[in-house]
Design a protein around this ligand. Sequence first.
Ligand code: ACO
Length: 433
Amino acid sequence: MSPEKPTDDLLNIEHPATGKKWELPVEDGCLRAVQLRQIPLGQTDLGLMSYDPSLLNTASCRSAITFIDGDAGILDYRGYSIEDLAESVSYPEVCYLILKGELPNRKELAAFQAELAEEAVLPAYLLELFASFPDEMHPMTMLASGLAALGAKYPESEKVLDEENRNKQIIRLLAKTPALAALAWRRTQSDSPVGPDPEKGFIVSFLRMLLGKPGEDFEVEESFARAMDALLTLHADHEQNCSTNAVRVVASSHVNPYSAVAAGCFALHGPLHGGANQAVLEMLEEIGTVEAIPAFLEACKCGDRRLMGFGHRVYKNYDPRAKVISGLVDSVLDAGQPDPRLEIARALEAAAREDDYFVSRKLFPNVDFYSGILYSAMGFPASMFTVFFAVGRMVGWLAHWDEMLRDSEQKIARPRQIYTGHSRREVPPMDKR
Ligand code: ACO
């Protein structure tokens, strides 16, 4: 199904007391919020505003990158379905598609991979920085700190309005983020770093930095490489989600992209966003047995608990990414560690999907419901899941950054508010407070 173009129209507004009328244009199914300002309110008059906490019904930009139809369970990058891309296209091809709008031909792909390969190594000061981090530091905090610190090496990245310069930073960030993620993982294990081997391709090089031994050849299970490639593809973009919005808002100040994507990492780290897959595994461990599922669901229904990995702001149907991941789980578990949590997850999904509470609220598994089990089967602990999510999402953040800077309608992000505090008053002296 392709996106339907909303009709343009006029919205007529009449003030009941004064009979005054306004005709406000509706473009692409949207009313421009600034048009409301022509409707006066009273003496202090900046005009009528719209109130939209959490931006539930506000389009903040035009974007040609990703289309989602949450009711139908559809996710497309640049017009291609996520299922087709995960099945038949590699992650670097998806990156090229998201950034440039079309899938690469052989020559374009080879040139793109060569650019990535050239930028795959981290500057040495980052190894020292990671070595100085405390043992208990979360790898996601390491990744965000590493990204912000990486920017220090490239002062020209401040020239965000220069397209050529932007392209250079995009390649750098895409190429070096896997190395930073792997460094964060190895730091948590107190293991020495292993460098990239981009000749082996983006995914195998990433897995080598994560799992390889210094100075030794690296072989990887085919199913692991396939799963990592698909997981990065599934996470590559998701239009105006919390972290992408954070990147856009922070970057709207024209700060360098390293700082903007570091902000994206922190937004992604929260348990209601990318941190949910960690929360899913903790929940499955807590449930412990299939017999304990009904009591847990009851606790969710009366609001004491939340069924992590279920529900989504946009999807009111099966998240298409969760379908692909659910299909990958068995092949990875066959090659990796068997996981008793999978039985609980499958039974929990089946029970929730028959329960009226979840059915009536259109709560289905989201991308995080099975992704943790997959990463876990590959030998990674929950603290690394969001780091992998960030590696995959980096391309989406960068594509949105670039798109925003090309958009002449965009200014520094600065919402308005409804002030609910005191009216002006005098500062009382200390002994009268
Ligand atoms: N478990 C139990 N009840 C839920 C859940 C859940 N996971 N999700 C929503 N609900 C209920 C709400 O309590 C609410 O019930 P009510 O109508 O009786 O008040 C109703 O469903 C609507 O929920 P909202 O909170 O309004 O939905 P919203 O769109 O704001 O939240 C969110 C979406 C944050 C993802 C929510 O579903 C949630 O917390 N899910 C669990 C966390 C999770 O898996 N997050 C990952 C999302 S995917 C991602 O970010 C990559």
